[in-house]
Ligand binder design. Structure first.
Ligand code: AMP
Length: 350
């Protein structure tokens, strides 16, 4: 069967299982497990509702008088970000002014940040402020003297890459073990103070509590760092989403590319991935998870062979794209989320 026919037929076929009755239970259990995280699946259940029910928690807002804005750092869909100063202790800080967004989203971000107080390499929330008109809500966090990614990725040594990747994984293992998926890991959300060799994971606005077999929104993340499950609309994803994004960042570092998979839109993003990982593995993934994938983009229906990682080695990156690096990359960038290394497994890799 051609790739076109195969990918199209997933929309209409149902799985037929011919098995002895005694094996039925095993099949049911394994079908249930396939959609569940391999690790920390019960992290929220064991902590209870006061840990994850963010809608129910009351926020005490401070007055903004204590903080002064120094300069604008950036901004996006959901916020404007400023460098500020805390006039009480003269400390530098970051003031993230949230655009009027749904109340539950503000609560979720604050609850996540409070739950993660003291977590390794996660940005510390210092205060939450609201102006007297109650129109503007801001999060005050610690400041990181970040080097912009466009400058940084060209300068990283093998030791730097190992160090920063390990620090990011340390943050993610902690976050995941506490039942939270970041959902937007990308260079712009990984602040690196290169002089101090410190890393902080920021922007918890899309972070969510993980519960097994719950369907989540697939319109999260940032295009170049989105895993296949988001691009094919598979909603029962888990922590492994963050490990794909970490893999993309790692690939960018070891191959000295600003972004490794650089799609022009979501479909082109999937195409870029398929052209590296190959369509045979993509089809196997869709089949294993019973994902109905439809597209009218002709290129997405084609057949592509696996491109070995060694093909990306150039004179400029050969000192970074070493065998151990390619081996760990290969275990992060997998279509099947259950095949990806967990943060803890990746940390244990040479
Ligand atoms: P965000 O909307 O949280 O992704 O922040 C927008 C931009 O502001 C980031 O890409 C950074 O350049 C900058 N920024 C955010 N938080 C910090 C921080 N804690 N320290 C330094 N810069 C930050």
């Amino acid at each position: 069967m051609s790739g076109i026919a195969e990918r199209a037929c997933f929309c209409t076929t149902t799985r037929r299982v011919h098995i002895h009755p005694s094996g039925v239970l095993l099949v049911v259990v394994s079908l249930f497990l396939v959609h569940m995280s391999r690790v920390y699946a019960d992290a929220n259940a064991i902590r209870g509702k006061s840990w994850y029910e963010y809608n129910k928690f009351r926020i005490e807002w401070s007055s903004p008088d204590r903080y002064e804005i120094v300069r604008r750092l950036g901004g996006g869909k959901y916020s404007e970000v400023f460098e500020g100063v805390d006039t009480v202790n003269s400390d530098r800080c970051v003031i993230k002014v949230l655009k009027p967004v749904a109340g539950h989203k503000i609560k979720r971000e604050i609850k996540v940040l409070r739950n993660l107080a003291g977590a390794p390499n996660c940005i510390a929330l210092l205060d939450v402020v609201r102006d007297p008109s109650r129109m503007y809500h801001s999060l005050v966090t610690e400041f990181v003297n970040n080097t912009d990614w466009s400058q940084l990725y060209t300068r990283l040594t093998d030791t730097d890459i190992r160090h920063y990747t390990f620090q990011l994984l340390l943050a993610l293992d902690f976050v995941h073990s506490h039942g939270i998926i970041h959902r937007d890991v990308k260079p712009a959300n990984v602040m690196i103070d290169h002089a101090r060799r410190e890393l902080r994971l920021i922007d918890w606005g899309l972070a969510e509590f993980y519960h097994p077999n719950v369907e989540y929104h697939v319109r999260v993340g940032s295009r170049h760092y989105k895993p296949p499950e988001l691009l094919v609309g598979y909603k029962r994803y888990d922590y492994s989403l963050d490990l794909w994004s970490t893999g993309c960042m790692f690939a960018a570092m070891i191959f000295r590319k600003q972004h490794f998979f650089r799609g022009a839109d979501n479909e082109d993003q999937l195409l870029k991935i398929m052209r590296v990982l190959g369509t045979e593995r993509f089809d196997a993934y869709l089949k294993a998870y019973d994902i109905p994938y439809e597209t009218d983009v002709e290129e997405l229906l084609g057949q592509y062979a696996v491109r070995p990682w060694t093909r990306f080695i150039t004179a400029e990156n050969q000192h970074l794209a070493l065998p151990d690096a390619l081996a760990v990359l290969d275990r992060l960038l997998r279509f099947d989320p259950r095949e990806r290394l967990t943060a803890a497994e990746a940390m244990a890799h040479p």
